[in-house]
Write a protein that binds this ligand. Structure first.
Ligand code: ADP
Ligand code: MG
Length: 394
């Protein structure tokens, strides 16, 4: 059964003086799957290793259940924290068989050897490897090794399971299947899980809660749906998938409805756009419009319901439909636009923007500098979740 995890004002400064975590606070209910999402260097691994007890925190307090495991005075070592870990590189014992790797995790539980073997085999069965228990890690594929690592993490039935990018060494197809397996296994085990990834699609697919880290700070914490609908900043919006961004001016603030009207400062804008304010904004403010791919509809240029006009720059068949990229007159690209019909490169098109996926933040286009060191998905890449699966990949 999972434990409640409490992180209070945690900071971490490495010996080199670099600050990896800055005043991070969050709470995870028992059995919840938390995914920490952020670009490379944002502090994800540091937070996970601090929870594990591999790193000592510099400030704040960490609790697992009702036990304080780290604060200014206390540092409970990893082996006494009742948790298990799954790493990117599997970290199996090369000289032990799959079955013995899993059984090893039960050693501390003081079970007789025979019982350890029986439990290990049952767990390997659950991850689909019952037949391969006698093999050594070198005789297993990457996906099989990661299943062994997962079985080892789950067999001990600890209160907390920590996963550091466990799927990043697997190819795309296997990654998706393993994501589903991990999701169902940790939920069956009712283990509180902290899972880190830099992949927005993986985070959204797996998480009950997502914590977004930016340079050591927790900049948003919520359900995947909350974060997609109302990102806290342009950084979070970009990192969770945008079709494009436009410099705009706030035109009016209609009473009620919660929406603002903004005028794009582009020659391609033909109508004002209704958008959700992501910040305090008033009439005449320069602002930044962040557009989710789900908010964009292609329409014929002579239709009277579109907001922007442009030219198709790319069209890609994606099985479910066609993904278009459109370039506006002054060069801004809006990408990840799905349509049932194929519109050829070079054709003039109109774009209709729907308010729920149009998010307006204070600041001008000067704020459009892509965030440094952002791992894919990059600022303008449509999130993988928006892309249909290829027919062959299902
Ligand atoms: P992530 O897992 O999100 O990529 P990390 O937690 O590994 O990020 O790193 C966060 C920051 O801390 C980075 O700036 C990184 O260079 C720094 N860092 C990580 N580990 C160490 C270390 N052992 N010593 C010094 N700095 C470190
Ligand atoms: Mg890391």
């Amino acid at each position: 059964m999972g434990e409640r995890i409490t992180v209070e004002n945690v900071g971490k400064v490495y010996g080199s003086g670099s600050r990896a975590l800055d005043d991070v606070s969050l709470e995870i209910d028992p059995g919840v799957v938390l995914v920490l999402l952020g670009p490379s260097g944002s502090g994800k691994t540091t937070l996970l290793r601090s929870l594990a007890g591999i790193e000592r925190i510099s400030e704040g307090r960490l609790s697992i259940g009702s036990t304080v495991v780290a604060d200014g005075r206390v540092h409970v070592p990893p082996e006494r924290r009742d948790l298990s870990m799954v790493f990117q590189d599997y970290a199996l014992w090369p000289h032990l068989t799959a079955r013995d790797n899993v059984a090893f995790a039960l050693k501390r539980r003081g079970l007789p050897a025979a019982e350890r073997q029986v439990k290990a085999l049952a767990m390997l069965d659950r991850v689909g490897l019952g037949r391969l228990g006698g093999r050594y890690p070198s005789e297993l594929s990457g996906g099989e090794q990661q299943r062994v690592a997962l079985a080892r993490a789950l067999v001990a039935d600890t209160g907390l399971v920590l996963c550091d990018e466990p799927l990043s060494n697997l190819d795309a197809d296997l990654r998706e299947r393993m994501r589903i397996e991990i999701s169902s296994l940790v939920r069956q085990a009712e283990a509180t899980t902290v899972y880190i990834t830099h992949d927005q699609a993986e985070a959204f697919a797996l998480a009950d809660r997502v914590g977004v880290l930016e340079r050591g700070r927790l900049v948003q914490f919520g359900t995947p749906e909350e974060i997609y609908a109302a990102p806290a900043s342009p950084f979070v919006a970009r990192f969770t998938g945008l079709a494009g961004e436009l410099a705009v001016r706030v035109r009016v603030r209609p009473a009620g409805g919660g929406l603002l009207e903004v005028e794009a400062a582009t020659r391609s804008a033909v109508r004002p756009v209704a958008a959700r304010p992501g910040a305090e904004l008033t009439d005449g403010d320069d602002a930044l419009l962040c557009i989710r791919p789900t908010a964009v509809r292609l329409s014929a240029t002579d239709a009277d319901d579109h907001h922007l006009v442009g030219t198709v720059a790319d069209v890609a068949f994606r099985g479910r439909g066609y993904e278009h990229a459109v370039v506006l007159d002054e060069g801004t690209q809006i990408s990840g636009i799905f349509s049932d019909v194929r519109i050829e490169r070079g054709r003039s098109v109109g774009l209709r923007l729907e308010a729920p996926g149009c998010l307006v933040f204070s600041g001008s286009a000067a704020g459009m500098v892509p965030t440094a060191a952002a791992d894919p998905p990059g600022p303008l890449a449509p999130p993988v979740a928006e892309r249909p699966k290829l027919l062959s990949a299902s």
